[in-house]
Design a protein around this ligand. Structure first.
Ligand SMILES: Nc1ncnc2c1ncn2[C@@H]1O[C@H](COP(=O)(O)OP(=O)(O)O)[C@@H](O)[C@H]1O
Ligand code: SF4
Ligand SMILES: [Mg+2]
Length: 332
């Protein structure tokens, strides 16, 4: 059965605008992204460092602060039966959606937990900011939530620095999901953790998704993590999604030359020696290459690739790619 779309974007563009010597510089970090993410799906966003993953998910969370600016395009969330145009909402309307409808786990769990208070106080502050409840009424449901997720309730009386990195990350995820949001957006939640801790975080995200039936958008540069958890993967390159398919299809039948580099060999989870890499280095997003942004690094590049930009098109059911090797024009 086809999943209903819960979040979609149309030609989404968000740039950092910097003033350098009185002149404006546009860093095209997200540059024309179209995506549709299904209900109850774990959608992985992959790509090298600097390709725009964090900027994309901040934009999906509508967390737009200078120097970041939305330059164009649309973002919709399905709320009830309606697709709501998120950039039209007031700050107050968006505030109400945050954490109850959509939650965002930034990279580095310490940015969510208050380092100078016990964990329970982070939960209390968080819940009181969204619901009218008395402090005494908070602990019990929080303990139930931790129990349901298999986390020890003793963490509530600890300070963040007393927990291991893996436990801190899991507590952060528990905090971000305590109000059962429909969409959870997580930025590199397993990065900087050892293999055992990575497994714990992945298992927790899977458990939450099973129990709460929500959608998870997971960003990581680690293809091993995607292989383990994602239902569908979007590969990002230089501000654009250049390939998208379900996880098995991406690993078994990668089409884009860049994706082929990424899938060269499937590493064991947590293998630190494995990094997404292709020859050369990622382009500057201030002045990206013309045509296909991957052309300076692509061993299949043709004349057209320098001049024209390939569109993301569906080559077969559920598998989209932006590359002239596959587009219709090349067949005729
Ligand atoms: N606050 C900022 N100001 C200016 N440029 C930024 C800022 N944050 C990120 N960038 C630039 O935007 C591009 C995309 O960055 P980012 O979204 O963090 O990529 P990723 O998460 O894939 O590593 C990079 O070129 C980065 O240097
Ligand atoms: S469009 Fe051209 S340069 Fe870009 S990935 Fe395809 S073959 Fe390579
Ligand atoms: Mg990032």
């Amino acid at each position: 059965m086809k999943k209903l779309t819960i979040l979609k974007t149309q030609n989404l563009k968000s740039y950092y605008i910097l003033e350098v010597m009185g002149k404006k510089r546009y860093i095209q970090a997200v540059d024309g992204v179209d995506m549709e993410i299904g209900e109850n799906e774990i959608y992985g966003i992959a790509g090298e460092s600097g390709c725009g993953k964090t900027t994309l998910i901040k934009t999906l969370f509508s967390m737009i602060e200078p120097p970041l600016n939305v330059m164009g395009g649309k973002l919709y969330y399905k709320i009830g039966d309606e697709y709501v145009d998120i950039f039209q909402l007031s700050n107050e309307e968006m505030r109400k959606l945050r954490w109850e409808y959509v939650s965002y786990i930034p990279q580095g769990s310490m940015s969510v937990l208050n380092p100078v208070t016990k964990i329970i106080e982070s939960f209390e502050d968080f819940i009181k900011a969204h619901k009218k409840v008395k402090k005494e009424e908070i602990r019990k449901p929080v303990e139930e939530h931790l129990n349901a997720l298999g986390l020890p309730t003793t963490v509530l009386d600890a300070y963040p620095h007393q927990l291991s990195g893996g436990m801190r990350q899991r507590v952060t995820i528990a905090l971000a999901t305590v109000m059962k949001p429909k969409i959870i957006i997580a930025d590199e939640p397993t990065t900087a953790l050892d293999v055992v801790a990575q497994r714990g975080v992945i298992q927790l995200l899977e458990d939450i998704q099973q129990k709460q039936k929500n959608t998870i958008i997971l960003v990581t540069h680690d293809m091993g993590v995607h292989a383990n958890i994602a239902d569908k993967i979007g590969i990002m390159y230089a501000g654009k999604i250049i390939e998208e398919a379900n996880t098995i299809e991406i690993f078994e039948n990668p089409l884009h030359p860049y994706t082929k580099y990424l899938i060269g060999s499937l590493p064991k989870m947590g293998d630190k020696s494995y990094k997404i890499s292709a020859p050369g280095s990622p382009p500057s997003l201030y002045n990206p290459p013309s045509g296909c942004r991957f052309h300076p690094r692509c061993d299949k590049a043709m004349e057209i690739c320098k001049k024209e930009e390939p569109k993301l098109v569906e080559i077969k059911q559920g598998h989209k790619v932006a590359c002239f090797l596959y587009s219709k024009e090349m067949e005729t």
